[in-house]
Design a protein around this ligand. Structure first.
Ligand SMILES: [Zn+2]
Length: 568
C-alpha cells in the first residue's frame, strides 16, 4: 500500500467516477441514465438514503454527465477539463453547498442571485445541496421560488438522510431517488478490488468483518479498511482485523453457538471467558450473538435465506452448515432467551453474569418436538394409547437404549395410579374387624347383592359397613337419606339377611343405623369411595399432566393453562 504523508483515504481515492463504478445503487444509475439518454432530465433531483451510500458521488457523476464536453451521454468521459474540474471540486459552474452550515435565508438569496447568470463555460449551472433538510424554513421558502420557475440553465441536486424533514412543496418539485444500504456482498467485492490495487493480502472473512462494520455504508466500510491498513503491512491477519475494528471474531460466535446447541455448558462458559479476555463489550457480544442466531433462524425457516440475509456467500454457507442440526423452534427458543438477556443487560452492572445465565439456560433447554408430532402425541394420550412418555426427548441426538439416556429426561412423573386397593382408613374405623370383617369382604358382598338383587345392591352401595362380625352385620346410612328409609324397610332387612346367609353360609343379624357427621367417622360407603377414588384419579392425572413435558411444551407454545381433565 502507499504509505506516509501522501496517504489519501480510500473513500476519496476510490470514489466512484462513473455510474458503472457506483456500487449497490444500480436502480438509481439505470433510471438516471435512461433519463439522460431520452433527453428528459428533470431540473431538480432529490437523493435520499443513509450516509455513505453514494448520494454525493452520484450527484457529482450526474453533474459531470450533464456538463461533459463530450456531450450529454450516460457516462462522463472523466478526461475533459469540465469532468476533471468537477472531480477536483474546482468547477466554477458546479456549486457544492453544505446545507448544515449554509442554512440561512441569506445563503439561499446569494445562491439565487448567482444562478441568474448563465454558466461561464458549461451547459448548466448545477447546485448540489448536501443535507438539504438542515435549511431553515425561510431558506426553503426562498429556494421554493427558484424551484417554481427554474432558469433553463440550472439543475438542482439535493441530498439528504432525512427526507421526512423536507417541506412537501420542495419534495413535490423534485425527482426523488432512494438510495439503498449497500449489501455486504457488494461491499466485499469492492473491498476485494481495492485490496488488489493496494497489494494487500487479506482473507474474505476479514473483508466481511470490515464490510459489516460499515453497516451498509460504503464510505464507513472504507474508513474501517483505512483503519486496518494503517496498522498492518501488506498482510493482514483475521485476529488483527477483529481487534482493530472492535468486531467479535466470527469463530468465537460459531464456537459459543455450537456449545449452546450442543448443551456443552463447559464450552459455553469458556467462550464467555474468551470474550471477556479480549476486552469485548458483553452486551455488544450478546447482540452479535442475537444476530448470529437470527441468521441461523432465517436459514432454517425460509427457502431462499440469501434473499433475506445480507451475507457473503461464504458466510451463508458456513451458517447453513451450523444451522443444519437444529429446528427453527430450537433456535427461536434460544433467541428469545438472548433477547431477554440483552434488555436485562441494559440496566445491569453484572452483564457477564446475565449473559452466562442466559446461555446456560439456552444450553440446557430440552429439545422440542415439531408441533405436528406434538399434537399427534397428545391425541394418542387422550385416546389412552400412551401411558408413559416414551417420547424421543433427544430427537436431535441419537438415543442410546439402556444407557444414561434417561437422565436427560424430565423429572420422573408419578406412575399412573389406577383403581386403588381400599384405603386402610375404612378398616381402621371399623370397631372390631373380626375375622373376615374387612372392607373388601363388604365390597364382595355388595357386588354379590348387586348381581342378585340390583335394587337392594344399589342401596347397599351407599351404606357404611359399621360392624361385620360373625352373626352381626351393622350398616349405617346417612340420616334422612332415601337409602336409610329403603334399607330400614322390614322386607329389605330380611332380604339382606337372606342374601348374607347365601353369601357367607352363616346366619347373621342385620342392623340398620342412621349416621350423621356428629356420630363420628364411619367407614366410607362404596359410593363415596368410588367418588373419592375418581377425584383422586383426576388429581393424580392432573399432576401427571402438569409434569408432562409434551403438555408443558404445548402450554408454553400456545400460552395455555390446564382448565379441565376428562377421563376417557
Ligand atoms: Zn468529460
Amino acid at each position: 500500500m502507499s504509505n506516509g504523508t501522501s496517504y489519501e483515504v480510500l473513500a476519496r481515492k476510490y470514489r466512484p467516477q462513473s455510474f458503472s463504478e457506483l456500487t449497490g445503487q444500480e436502480h438509481v444509475s439505470r433510471t438516471l441514465q435512461n433519463a439522460i439518454d431520452s433527453g428528459r432530465v428533470a431540473h431538480a433531483f432529490l437523493f435520499t438514503g443513509a450516509r455513505g451510500v453514494g448520494k454525493t458521488s452520484t450527484a457529482r457523476i450526474l453533474a459531470k454527465t450533464l456538463n461533459c464536453e463530450q456531450g450529454v451521454t450516460h457516462e462522463p468521459c472523466n478526461v475533459c477539463p469540465q469532468c476533471i474540474e468537477i472531480t477536483k471540486g474546482t468547477s466554477t459552474d458546479v456549486f457544492e453547498i453544505d446545507g448544515a452550515s449554509n442554512n440561512g435565508v441569506e445563503d439561499v438569496r446569494d445562491l439565487r442571485d448567482s444562478i441568474k447568470y448563465l454558466p461561464s463555460h458549461s451547459r448548466y449551472k448545477i447546485i448540489i445541496i448536501d443535507e438539504v433538510h438542515m435549511l431553515s424554513t425561510n431558506a426553503f421558502n426562498a429556494l421554493l421560488k427558484t424551484l417554481e420557475e427554474p432558469p433553463e440553465h440550472v439543475k438542482f441536486i439535493f441530498a439528504t438522510t432525512e427526507p421526512h424533514k423536507l417541506p412537501i412543496t420542495i419534495l413535490s418539485r423534485c425527482q426523488r431517488f432512494d438510495f439503498k444500504r449497500v449489501p455486504v456482498a457488494k461491499i466485499i467485492t469492492r473491498l476485494r478490488e481495492i485490496a488488489g490495487k493496494e497489494n494487500v493480502i487479506i482473507s474474505d472473512s476479514s473483508l466481511a468483518l470490515i464490510a459489516r462494520k460499515g453497516d451498509g455504508s460504503m464510505r464507513d466500510s472504507l474508513t474501517a479498511f483505512d483503519q486496518v491498513l494503517a496498522f498492518c503491512d501488506s498482510s493482514v491477519s483475521d485476529e488483527d482485523v477483529a481487534t482493530l475494528i472492535g468486531a467479535v471474531d466470527p469463530r468465537l460466535l460459531a464456537d459459543i453457538s455450537a456449545a449452546v446447541f450442543g448443551g456443552d455448558t463447559q464450552a459455553v462458559l469458556a467462550g464467555i471467558k474468551r470474550v471477556d479476555m479480549v476486552g469485548y463489550n458483553m452486551r455488544q457480544f450478546c447482540q452479535d450473538l442475537i444476530e448470529h442466531f437470527r441468521n441461523l433462524l432465517v436459514i432454517r425457516s425460509v427457502k431462499n435465506p440469501e434473499e433475506i440475509l445480507d451475507l457473503a456467500d461464504a458466510e451463508l454457507e458456513e451458517l447453513r452448515h451450523q444451522a443444519a442440526a437444529f429446528t427453527a423452534q430450537d433456535i427461536q427458543r434460544r433467541l428469545t432467551l438472548l433477547i431477554k438477556a440483552d434488555s436485562e443487560m441494559a440496566f445491569a452492572s453484572f452483564q457477564r453474569l446475565i449473559l452466562e445465565m442466559a446461555l446456560l439456560k439456552a444450553a440446557l433447554l430440552v429439545p422440542v418436538l415439531p408441533i405436528s408430532e406434538l399434537l399427534e402425541k397428545i391425541k394418542l394420550l387422550e385416546a389412552g394409547a400412551v401411558h408413559t412418555p416414551a417420547l424421543p426427548w433427544n430427537a436431535g441426538r441419537p438415543a442410546v437404549p439402556g444407557t444414561g439416556d434417561r437422565d436427560q429426561r424430565e423429572p420422573q412423573r408419578p406412575a399412573p395410579q389406577p383403581a386403588r386397593t381400599p384405603q386402610p382408613a375404612a378398616a381402621a374405623s371399623t370397631s372390631k374387624p373380626v375375622q373376615h370383617g374387612t372392607h373388601s369382604d363388604w365390597e364382595r358382598f355388595v357386588a354379590f347383592v348387586v348381581e342378585k338383587r340390583p335394587a337392594i345392591g344399589s342401596v347397599l352401595e351407599h351404606g357404611s359397613p359399621l360392624k361385620l362380625e360373625p352373626g352381626l352385620m351393622e350398616i349405617g346410612f346417612p340420616a334422612g337419606s332415601y337409602y336409610l328409609t329403603s334399607a330400614q324397610d322390614a322386607d329389605s332387612i330380611s332380604e339382606i339377611r337372606a342374601l348374607a346367609h347365601e353369601f357367607s353360609g352363616t346366619e347373621a343379624a342385620v342392623k340398620i343405623r342412621s349416621i350423621t357427621p356428629e356420630t363420628g367417622s364411619s367407614p366410607a360407603s362404596l359410593a363415596e369411595k368410588k367418588k373419592s377414588d375418581r377425584l383422586q384419579r383426576i388429581e393424580s392425572l392432573k399432576q401427571e399432566v402438569a409434569a408432562h413435558p409434551v403438555i408443558n411444551e404445548a402450554l408454553r407454545l400456545f400460552g395455555g393453562t390446564i382448565t379441565d381433565i376428562r377421563e376417557t
